[in-house]
Design a protein around this ligand. Structure first.
Ligand SMILES: Cc1cc2nc3c(=O)[nH]c(=O)nc-3n(C[C@H](O)[C@H](O)[C@H](O)COP(=O)(O)OP(=O)(O)OC[C@H]3O[C@@H](n4cnc5c(N)ncnc54)[C@H](O)[C@@H]3O)c2cc1C
Length: 483
C-alpha cells in the first residue's frame, strides 16, 4: 500500500477500534468523539501532505520491496542528502503541528528503521528476532501505520527499581506458548495511544534488570492497539470543544496520553523482538543508534516549537506596543538565543553525520543529546517568558462569542491597541494562552520536561556518552607545563 492519506488513517482506526476509556465512557469511535477527533484530524492532515503532488518527493520515496511510494520517515538513510531530506520531511510535519505534536508518527518510524538496519543486534537474543524486527519494520512501512509506545512500568513506590517486580504492577510475561507470549500488567504513557494503529512496548532502562525473576519483565514487542485485552485509559481531554479562535491549539492538536492495561494479552512470536535479556534491552537504544534517530526527530520538533513560540512572542510585543522596551527586547533575545541554539545543533548533527556500524547515515549524537537535555529546562522558560510578556492581557480576554453581544462595541473600542484591532489582539492572546497557560499549554511543558524520560536519567545518559578524557587530558597537559 502506498503512503496513506488522512482518510486511509481514519478508516483504519474505524475498522480496528481499540478499547479506549475516557471520563467513565467507553469510546466506540475515536475518529468522531469530541475529545479525540481534533487529534485524529491533526494526524490525518500530516498524512494528507504525503499525497500532495508538489510535495511527493519531499514526503515519500520508492520502496524497494513494493515499488510503492512510502513515507520518507521510514527511510534507512545511507547518505547525507537522504538524512537531510528526512529532516526536511519531519520539519514539514513538525511545522504543520506548530511543534505541538510531539509524537507525530515519524518518531517511531525512525526508531523502527534504525532497528531494522541493526537487526543483527536482536539476533544476539534469539536468531528469529532478527527476522521479526525486519519484517515488522517492512509491515509498518508498507502499510504506513501509526505507532504509539508505552515504555514505563507503573510503580507503587519510587525507592527502588525492584518495587515493580515484587508488587506485580509492571508488565510481565505470565505464559509462554508455542504461538507466543501472554502478558499481564500495565505501562505508561502511550501518547497518541487511543488514536494509533499499533502499540510498541520496550523498556530502554530497566531498574533491577538482573535480579532473579526480572526476566519476565524484559520485553520488546509491538501489537495492534485493538488487540483483545489491551485497554487505554485516557486523561481528560484538553480539547474542550471550543472554536479554533478560543482554543487554537487545544482544539487542533490533542494527541492524548493514556495509561495502558494488559489483561492477559496474547503477543504472537513474530511480534516479539527481544525477551528476557535486560542488558541487551538496556543497551539497545545506544547500540542500534535508535536513540540518535529519535533525537533527530525530537530536534526537528524543538526547532519548530521554538520558532513558533518566538513568533507568538514577537507578535505579542508588536501588538502590545512593547517591543522597544529594553526588558522586552532582552526576553525576546533570550527566545532567539534558544531558537538559534536548537537550529545550530540540528544542523551540526546533520552535517557531521557519519555512517555507523549498521551502514546507516547516523546524525552526530552529541549535539542532539545535548539539546534533548537542554530543552527540558529551556521550554518551561520559554513559556515563562510568554507569561511575563503578556501579563494581564491573558486575563482581559473575551471569548469569540463575546464579540456577538451588546458588549461588542466596548470590546472593539477598549481592547484595540495602536497596532491591532481588538479582534486581532484577542485572537493572538488566545493562542498565547494555549501555549503558556491553558491545560493544553501546561501539558506541553510537562511533556517537554519528561517525554524523553526522567531529566536525571537523561543527564546521566549525556554524561556517559560524552568524550571526557580528551578534555581532562588537555588540562593535565596545561598543568604539566613549565612555562
Ligand atoms: C506528557 C507526557 C507524555 C509522555 N509520553 C510518553 C510516551 O509516549 N511513551 C512513554 O513510554 N512514555 C511517555 N512519557 C513518560 C515518560 O517517559 C516518563 O514520564 C518519564 O520516564 C519519567 O517517569 P515517571 O513519570 O514515572 O517519573 P517518576 O519516576 O514519577 O519521577 C518523578 C520525579 O521524581 C524523581 N524521582 C523518581 N524516583 C526517584 C528516586 N528513587 N529518587 C529520587 N528522585 C526520584 C524523578 O527524578 C522525577 O523528577 C510521557 C510523559 C509525559 C509527562
Amino acid at each position: 500500500m502506498p503512503a496513506r492519506t488522512g482518510q486511509d488513517y481514519i478508516t483504519g482506526l474505524r475498522e480496528h477500534p481499540p478499547e479506549v476509556w475516557l471520563r467513565g465512557e467507553r469510546i466506540t469511535d475515536v475518529t468522531t468523539h469530541p475529545a479525540l477527533r481534533g487529534g485524529v484530524q491533526a494526524v490525518a492532515a500530516l498524512y494528507d501532505l504525503q499525497s500532495r503532488a508538489e510535495l511527493r518527493d519531499e514526503m515519500t520515496y520508492v520502496s524497494a520491496t513494493s515499488g510503492d511510494r512510502v513515507g520518507y520517515s521510514f527511510i534507512i538513510p545511507q547518505t547525507q542528502p537522504e538524512l537531510q531530506q528526512r529532516g526536511r520531511m519531519m520539519m514539514r510535519w513538525a511545522r504543520t503541528g506548530c511543534g505541538m505534536l510531539g509524537r507525530s508518527p515519524d518518531f517511531l518510524n525512525v526508531n523502527f528503521a534504525a532497528w531494522s538496519a541493526a537487526a543483527d543486534y536482536f539476533a544476539q537474543n534469539r536468531p528469529a528476532f532478527k527476522t521479526h524486527v525486519r519484517q515488522y519494520y517492512e509491515y509498518i512501512r508498507e502499510n504506513d501505520l501509526t505507532l504509539t509506545h508505552a515504555l514505563i512500568n507503573l510503580q507503587r513506590r519510587r525507592t527502588s527499581g525492584q518495587s515493580q517486580l515484587s508488587e506485580g504492577v509492571g508488565l510481565r510475561v505470565v505464559r509462554e506458548t508455542d504461538a507466543g507470549l501472554v502478558l499481564h500488567g500495565s505501562r505508561i504513557l502511550a501518547t497518541l495511544g487511543p488514536i494509533a494503529d499499533e502499540l510498541a512496548v520496550y523498556s530502554p532502562r530497566f531498574g533491577g534488570g538482573n535480579a532473579a525473576g526480572s526476566e519476565a519483565y524484559v520485553l520488546n514487542f509491538a501489537i495492534p492497539c485493538s488487540t483483545p485485552g489491551v485497554k487505554f485509559l485516557c486523561r481528560e481531554s484538553f480539547d474542550m470543544g471550543r472554536s479554533h479562535f478560543d482554543h487554537p491549539l487545544g482544539s487542533r492538536f490533542e494527541e492524548m496520553d493514556a495509561t495502558v492495561f494488559f489483561d492477559d494479552v496474547f503477543v504472537p512470536w513474530e511480534r516479539v523482538f527481544l525477551l528476557g535479556d535486560a542488558d541487551l534491552l538496556n543497551e539497545m537504544p545506544r547500540a542500534t543508534n535508535s536513540s540518535v534517530h529519535t533525537a533527530h526527530q525530537g530536534a526537528v520538533k524543538n526547532v519548530a516549537k521554538s520558532e513558533f513560540v518566538l513568533g507568538v512572542a514577537l507578535l505579542m510585543a508588536r501588538t502590545l506596543g512593547s517591543e522597544e522596551l529594553p526588558q522586552v527586547k532582552e526576553r525576546l533575545a533570550e527566545l532567539m538565543t534558544y531558537t538559534e541554539v536548537m537550529k545550530a545543533s540540528l544542523r551540526a548533527a546533520e552535517v557531521d553525520a557519519r555512517v555507523d556500524q549498521w551502514g546507516v547515515m547516523c546524525p552526530d549524537d552529541l549535539p542532539l543529546e545535548a539539546i534533548r537535555t537542554l530543552f527540558m529546562s529551556v521550554y518551561p522558560r520559554m513559556v515563562e517568558i510568554l507569561q511575563l510578556l503578556g501579563s494581564s492581557s491573558f486575563m482581559a480576554l473575551p471569548s469569540e462569542a463575546d464579540f456577538e453581544t451588546p458588549l461588542a462595541a466596548e470590546i472593539e473600542r477598549y481592547l484595540a491597541t495602536d497596532t491591532a484591532s481588538a479582534r486581532e489582539r484577542v485572537q493572538l492572546f488566545h493562542l498565547a494562552w494555549d501555549v503558556a497557560c491553558s491545560a493544553f499549554g501546561g501539558r506541553q511543558v510537562l511533556y517537554e520536561r519528561f517525554f524523553a524520560g526522567d531529566p536525571l536519567a537523561r543527564a546521566g545518559f549525556l554524561y556517559s556518552m560524552y568524550p571526557k578524557e580528551p578534555l581532562m587530558e588537555r588540562i593535565r597537559e596545561f598543568l604539566g607545563k613549565d612555562s
